[in-house]
Design a protein around this ligand. Sequence first.
Ligand SMILES: [Zn+2]
Length: 295
Amino acid sequence: MDMEILSDGVFFIPGRTNIGVVRCGLREVVLIDTGPDEAGVRRILKVLKRHGFTPIAVINTHFHSDHCGGNRFLKDNENITVYASGIAAAVIKYPFINSFSLFSGVAPICDLVNRFVVSEPSEVDVEVESGNLKIGDALFEIIPLPGHAPGQIGVAVNGVFFCADSLFAPEVIEKAGIPFNVDIKEEKETLAFLKNTDFSVYVPSHGKPTVDVQYYVSENLVWIEKIKSIVLDVLEEERSSEEVVAIVLKRMGLKVKAAHRYFLIQAAIFAYLSFLYNERLISLKIEGRPLWKRK
Ligand SMILES: [Zn+2]
């Protein structure tokens, strides 16, 4: 594990979650996200140390545990200022919200309270939503990228755009089967926005950076359209929510065993149900259970 250079003073540490590293002084750096947990952040700190860098700030792109799970250890062991959007700040401070929301807003089954869903709580010092942000000598532009998560932000610096989970590398989508987006309408708008941007390199949080944003955007759109048409096809017949999930999983060839994986994928599929319903393409009636049907 080492840092790769992207632009003058801008690097990233590749991993399951890519971590941005931006110089903001002689030795000081700003991190973009902190990875899933303490072990991950210890590895990041080792790499930084090898290069003589000291982290002084973190910008969290969003509140998912694989992006902010290292915050707590950093906060406890380094002098760090944490920046995040207002919505992200609320969940980073109170991460139980993640597991509650996956389980219909009530106290969840204990299987949903693990490091894949709930990170260690940590404080957020400064809320940032959009616009310019100066930390030390570095000038960032914060750009809202909702769709994958509410309040998600991207970070642009020196021609590099850290675009979080607004854009998945094609090999990552292939592996996941159903990319996790919570608001399909907003995600499509975010992808349309990204298509018209002109950064020299784009760094998604998962998978390889790219100079070809058009390709990444079109691949992400292809998958959204693919899942949308599968859901519509499933709803040629009246189906309950659970039937929709089971049939979509089968058609995508996905086998899910772990409870937290099931509830995450269920949420990703429910995002299509609410999108299609709000677009008035499917109907809902309640007969002891929710029944969906294509109009
Ligand atoms: Zn995420």
